[in-house]
Design a protein around this ligand. Structure first.
Ligand code: PAF
Length: 291
């Protein structure tokens, strides 16, 4: 596996691959790999001839007071794991390489960025949209693989790709979970053993609402209240939001309709750690709802 650290070299490499008729897949990441990241790299391996993983902890998507400084980093370990998972190139530019002196451009995606994560993390999606566009321009992929864990981010990226005419296919791969249901996240390392155990309540909240939908419940607020009730079982948890929305638009109708795909979303803080998770569920027709 090759390590590339400059945008110029990355663009040259990508151009050579394209000229040789090779299909490029990119997996954008902030590093500190866990099985979730590695599953994205393996998925990319199935989709393309050349797999590029980007590793950059992007300061502009962290709001003031968030965990940018302490975000876990381990380039040596990440390189080994990426290579073993089938990555051809690790693109790991420095801060100055990405945002050199005088850098002055940002990308704002309106609408879909304004609720949920966008409401709780001011500037977050502007940082995400800008860095994702820059990573796409550096790596020139045909396909990009993102994790479902950051569902709202995948919608923002889809909107960005549509609006700016990036000829890139966006693939969303399922969330990888610990055996007890906790979604894998680089931030899980912040959790104390006690917090780690309590954090599983996010998954239980999603499961509870998922079951209700499968049983025929279509009222949005009933789903939201069920998730909140489950989350409140852990008093140490501070809930940012529990929400149910139409999966592709994030619209929040009073009632969902048969055939719609609903995304259930939760975000909460436990101690100094902020966790998010989500689940997709299709609304059954009245005949298909289970008892
Ligand atoms: O999902 C992430 O790890 C980041 O938001 C991304 C897409 C790599 C942009 O920094």
């Amino acid at each position: 596996m090759e390590l590339i650290v400059t945008v110029h070299q990355m663009q040259q490499y990508a151009e050579q691959q394209r000229c040789a008729g090779r299909r490029i897949a990119v997996v954008p990441t902030m590093g500190y790999f866990h099985e979730g990241h590695l599953s994205l790299i393996r998925r990319a391996r199935q989709l393309a001839d050349t797999v590029i993983t980007t590793l950059f902890v992007n300061p502009t998507q962290f709001a003031p007071g968030e965990d940018y400084q302490r975000y876990p980093r381990d380039l040596e370990r990440d390189s080994q794991l990426a290579e073993r998972s089938g990555c051809d190139v690790l693109f790991a530019p420095s801060l100055d390489e990405v945002y050199p002196q005088g850098y002055a451009t940002t990308i704002t995606v309106h609408g879909i960025t304004e609720k949920f994560e966008g409401a709780f993390r001011p500037g977050h999606f502007q940082g995400v949209a800008t860095i994702v566009a820059k990573l796409f321009l550096a790596t020139k992929p045909h396909v990009a693989v993102f994790g479902q864990k950051d569902w709202q981010q995948t919608l923002v990226v889809r909107q960005l790709v549509r609006d700016l005419n990036f000829a890139i296919e966006i693939v969303v791969a399922p969330t990888v979970r610990e055996p007890d249901g906790l979604a894998m996240s680089s931030r899980n390392v912040y959790l104390s053993p006690g917090e780690r155990q309590k954090a599983t309540v996010l998954y239980r909240a999603l499961q509870r609402a998922h079951c209700l939908v499968k049983q025929g419940e279509r009222r949005r607020l009933v789903l939201v209240h069920a998730m909140e009730a489950e989350l409140r079982q852990v008093p140490e948890l501070s809930i940012d939001y529990a929400a149910a929305a139409e999966a592709m638009t994030l619209e929040e109708p009073e009632e969902f309709t048969a055939g719609q795909t609903v995304v259930l979303l939760v975000a909460a803080r436990i101690g100094a750690t902020r966790l998010i998770d989500n689940d997709l569920v299709q609304v059954p027709s009245s005949e298909d709802a289970c008892a």
